[in-house]
Design a binder for this molecule. Sequence first.
Ligand code: 6GU
Length: 225
Amino acid sequence: MRIDILTILPELLESPFNHSIIKRGRGKGLLEICIHNIRDYAQNKHKQVDDYAFGGGAGMVMMIEPIDLCISKLKAERQYDEIIYLTPDGERFTQRTANYLATLSNIILLCGHYKGIDQRVRDHLVTRELSIGDYVLSGGEIAAMVVADSVGRLVPGVISDETSALTDSFQDNLLAPPVYTRPAEYKGWKVPEILLSGHQQKIDEWKHQQSVERTKKCRPDLLPD
Ligand code: 6GU
């Protein structure tokens, strides 16, 4: 899978994809993440990418032309399944959306900034708009990291233990059960006896029950009525 990220702050996006699972996925050639600086497509000598809003109002608006030029260049090289604009007024990003995006070959993530982006980008270039939650970030970059990370780790082969992505919290609308490792007792705090018992079926039942309990307590909205 290939993910192209369009931003005016490319430095912000370098580090998160160079560690751990995502780094390994890139190393194995399963995942390509390419960062593009929108400013490289600015047409005037000041490399301007934003301008005053028509009709007034506070804040600058990101111009359509540099974004269109960057997207057009990428589209000439390959077909894109989705061109996604990250915005707090987009559709809520969930595990379900991540699962869907992980089935695609090529996607573009467009990071917004300032007061917003020329509406014509949203009307004519973007195929989907996503928000990562009901709070406002200073730009779309952190949201793009969230989307690329959660999608990238689902691409087959990126996580070596195939089953582990499937047992994540949310994959079955339940939170994950608690996990423990050695020592079996620390400062008198004990690992639940059942996990040391060797009865796999009982252990699986216990884990499921813990998942349900945790979900009831922390995220009752995930449970069916
Ligand atoms: Cl995608 N962008 C910004 N700027 N803020 C957000 C967001 C996105 N999702 C939640 N808050």
